[in-house]
Design a binder for this molecule. Sequence first.
Ligand SMILES: [Cu+2]
Length: 459
Amino acid sequence: MPARPDQKADYRIDIGTSVIDLGTEVAVSTKTYNGQFPGPLLRFTEGKRVVIDIHNKTDTPEQLHWHGQFLPPDVDGSAEEGTPYIPARGMRRISFVPRPAGFRFYHTHVAAGTDLSLGLYTGQVGLVYIEPRHEAGAYDREVFLTLKEFGAYFNQTEMGSGFLAPKDKVRALFDIDQVAVQAARKQGRQPGYQIGYSFFSVNGRMFREGEPIRVKAGERVLFHILNASATQNRSLALPGHRFKVVALDGNPVPVPAEVPVLWLGPAERISAIVEMNAPGIWTMGDLDGDARTGGMGMVVEYAGRSGRPQWGPPARFYWDYRRFAKPEAKAQQPDEVIDLIFQTQYGARDGFDVFTVNGQPFSMEKLEPKFSIRKGRRYRLKMRNATDEAHPIHLHRHNFELTSIAGKPTAGVIKDVVMIGGFQEMTIDFTADQPGLSLLHCHMQAHMDFGFMALFDCV
Ligand SMILES: [Cu+2]
């Protein structure tokens, strides 16, 4: 049943500008949901319709995207798919049936371009938990963590992606990028700007500025972690402890497995259980020392313990999604394979790199669907990354299955964002079961704004 106008909304979200205290001596002014960061945690029940009023108290039109849900294009929150904007100083009432169950989130979906006061550079992020039908595993307590930087600025420092496994790179993809490097050099174009950040936070507080996570020995804590960064990969370790990963992007993994470090590209989520069996005061934080000391960490405090939080870097560890798949599992054959190649045009627009999908940057003026797909068919996206960096690839309104990583077959891991390594190949499979337009894009704000998007039209 659609919402009746006289019906009261179940939720109200106000988009506005507010001051967020990241610590006793640091505050930032940014756009938020309901004046807080992160925005309110919305707990939905799978299949139970909700009515939400979204009020935009800012001077720019907004889009609120329901990341990881299977929603119609008019409420998904993407202008590229045809969702109407929430007008500046206006409001929009939406109604939808939440699904699928699991850890999702909501965030702004407007282009920021060269304006660092817009899009995911702001604090417009909130968590969604859609109550699952199946337990993720035995645990005593849930803790939600939102990793987020503030104070974005332009620099020239590119992020490494050497943490991904398998490592196999494709020489032909490197060669394609070399042609782009030479072309830029000939035309006197410099490599585009990267984004750096002044402040790092977990749940909107810098390290040691928030309440510690207080635990008891023997407790099993289920962490739901979101990387809400506009552009950066994040890692997380807790010395003396291991993370048992039970879900990726809110979807239970075929094989829950223990790892010493978590890695998350922008918009990725990990749910992991930590057995608290090393009493002490610990720093749970990013492996990157600058980020960690800049605020990207939390104190884990065992009952009855005191002192300064201890940190020790874990041994070298590579992040491999296949760790959570059944080794012998084989993916179902797709009905069709769609080839995608991602390339960079260095410094090609406003001092930024432009990104192309199959040779063309996405045009916000034309909004042309690139691929026509048929309802009910299973598609394999064969992605080739002819750039030197990792990209978190996100498909709206669907989940997908990882079916090969860097040429190595896999099956069974279901996600909605996946990092593809520099000069690597990857295949992901999905069933076209959402009529209308669905957007595929790199989730790094600076990449999607400069061309790294493509529309699928399902008929
Ligand atoms: Cu990207």
